[in-house]
Ligand binder design. Structure first.
Ligand code: SF4
Length: 162
């Protein structure tokens, strides 16, 4: 049986983003993988008990997702609230689900402090992007799961053999 693909719930049309919106990705490969039962959908943040809507959150300036996982940085809401523990739990939940269900790949939306894999925001809540990854993406990668952003579905198709 071919390996499964963990996928961000908001990409699958679930309205789970901090602003109460979805960000659906339309692609024939996604339809096919769904029909084949290869997709495992999760919103890591909701799995850790975060509400919808919720305040936007960013990894604090100068820190990386790896720092967060090592306990030497924080994820903060726009109000300044510390949501580090919830983001780490979200990542652990996603990894546990991926391992339980046999996911070798993940297709995650870019830019999120959880799911981002190419860029994240710089922690100033000013809309400035920087290269980097979210906490969930970093933990998945560290455990051997190949992570692709929503802009890399063609690469995922090659890797996943479809
Ligand atoms: Fe989407 Fe991931 Fe944010 Fe959930 S945590 S809303 S799946 S980007």
């Amino acid at each position: 049986m071919r390996a499964k693909i963990l996928v961000s719930a908001c990409l699958m049309g679930h309205a789970v983003r901090y602003d109460g919106q979805a960000k659906p990705l339309v692609h024939p490969a996604l339809d096919r993988w769904r029909q084949e039962g290869r997709l495992v959908t999760i919103c890591p943040e909701m799995s850790a008990g975060m509400p919808v809507p919720r305040l936007p959150a960013e990894i604090e300036p100068g820190k990386s997702a790896t720092d967060i996982l090592l306990g030497v940085g924080h994820v903060r809401e726009s109000s300044g609230g510390d949501v580090t523990d919830a983001f780490v739990q979200a990542a652990r939940n996603a990894l546990a689900l991926a391992l339980e269900t046999g996911c070798a790949y993940a297709l995650l939306i870019d830019g999120s402090p959880s799911c981002g894999s190419g860029f994240v925001y710089d922690g100033s809540f000013s809309g400035r992007r920087q290269s980097g990854e979210g906490v969930t993406a970093a933990l998945l990668k560290a455990n051997g799961i190949q992570v692709f952003s929503d802009r890399q579905i063609e690469e995922l198709m090659v890797a996943a053999g479809s």
